[in-house]
Design a protein around this ligand. Structure first.
Ligand code: NAD
Length: 308
């Protein structure tokens, strides 16, 4: 069918992932166009204008970019969150948007546990720390990442609770996870609260002052979701008023510098978003993205469409 499939990645996929994407693309008669490490939106716009399909990572696909996409039928975000894509603008042009759920969830989950250990051991400062074993972990949103966090946490001997209004208690209990009846119950009872919410209008700033002040004494909030789900003014206020709380995030908040200078022992932010930055997740997500595009062109399969 010879569709032009553009892979536009400001932060490129690993070489081995690109190789596999190209093979699947060409084996199915399509043409792969690579735009890596672009610096200007104009480069993206120019490349998008000739493409029938688009694969991106955290690249911003704004209304402006979409308005230039004359031939585009499908955008696949190689990853879980798709808040970098203007869904309304895509829907208005009849462009299908998909994500690749679950492909990077183990990578993110491992980082969440790694961050817990880092904080439990005083940021590796050489002093006595604490262990994760027998501590209570609260998983806020029990999707692909949340489930992987639960699996790994069980290996550490942690007791696991979860809150997700869209997942049945039965599913959680089957995984050995105690369902929490409310977000408040989770924050009140757990030594670690790990965030795995999507960033959508209903969840933005969900973790506010009131919820933070309900957190168990000596607990740690771990954010490998999105910075937007935590209210930044509230985290500043809560950490100022409660010397027992800690905040660690894979996505530095806008007030990261101030938080780090005021609470250097109780905060940590990765220098760049690292959750999905593993070779394995890169390959999984990239390969899933191209397979989904091939399936869409072949059979009209829209299984992972997010702008229905
Ligand atoms: P997922 O879609 O599998 O799970 C999201 C879960 O959130 C679902 O179970 C859903 O029921 C739940 N949810 C939705 N609204 C909720 C609400 N108001 N209250 C409680 N729960 C709610 O997604 P996932 O793969 O588990 O990823 C979760 C999020 O993690 C993504 O949306 C993304 O923002 C973030 N993420 C970050 C990185 C990183 O690099 N740090 C990588 C991947 C994903």
């Amino acid at each position: 069918m010879n569709s032009k499939i553009l892979v536009a990645t400001e932060k490129p996929f690993a070489g081995v992932a690109v190789k596999q994407i190209r093979e699947i693309c060409e084996d199915n008669g399509h043409i792969l166009v690579l735009l890596e490490k672009y610096e200007e939106q104009a480069e993206l716009i120019q490349a998008v204008s000739a493409a029938e399909a688009l694969i991106v990572r955290s690249d911003k696909i704004t209304e402006d970019v979409i308005s230039h996409a004359a031939k585009l039928q499908i955008i696949v975000r190689a990853g879980a969150g798709y808040d970098n894509i203007d869904l309304n603008a895509a829907s208005q042009k009849g462009i299908i948007v998909m994500n690749t759920p679950g492909q990077n969830s183990n990578a993110v989950a491992e980082l969440a546990l790694g961050m817990m250990i880092y904080m439990a051991r005083g940021k590796f400062n050489g002093k006595s720390g604490t262990e994760l074993k027998d501590k209570k972990l609260g998983i806020h949103a029990y999707g692909y990442v949340g489930k992987n966090v639960a699996r790994i946490a069980h290996g550490f001997g942690m007791e696991v609770m979860a809150y997700d209004p869209f997942v049945t208690s039965e599913i959680m209990i089957n995984d050995g996870v105690q369902p929490a009846e409310s977000a408040e119950a989770l924050y009140k009872n757990c030594d670690y609260v790990s965030l795995h919410l999507p960033s959508i209008p209903e969840t933005q700033k969900f973790v506010d002052y009131e919820l933070l002040m309900k957190m168990k004494k000596g607990s740690t909030l771990v954010n490998t979701a999105r910075k937007e789900v935590v209210c930044e003014d509230s985290i500043m206020k809560a950490l100022s008023e409660r010397e027992d709380l800690k905040y660690v995030s894979d996505i530095a908040p806008d007030n990261a510098e101030e938080l780090m200078s005021k609470f250097p022992d109780r905060c940590y932010f990765t220098p760049k978003k690292m959750g999905a930055q593993t070779k394995e997740a890169n390959i999984n997500a990239g390969v899933a993205a191209i397979r989904q595009i091939v399936a869409y062109f072949k059979t009209g399969d829209t299984t992972f469409q997010v702008n229905k």
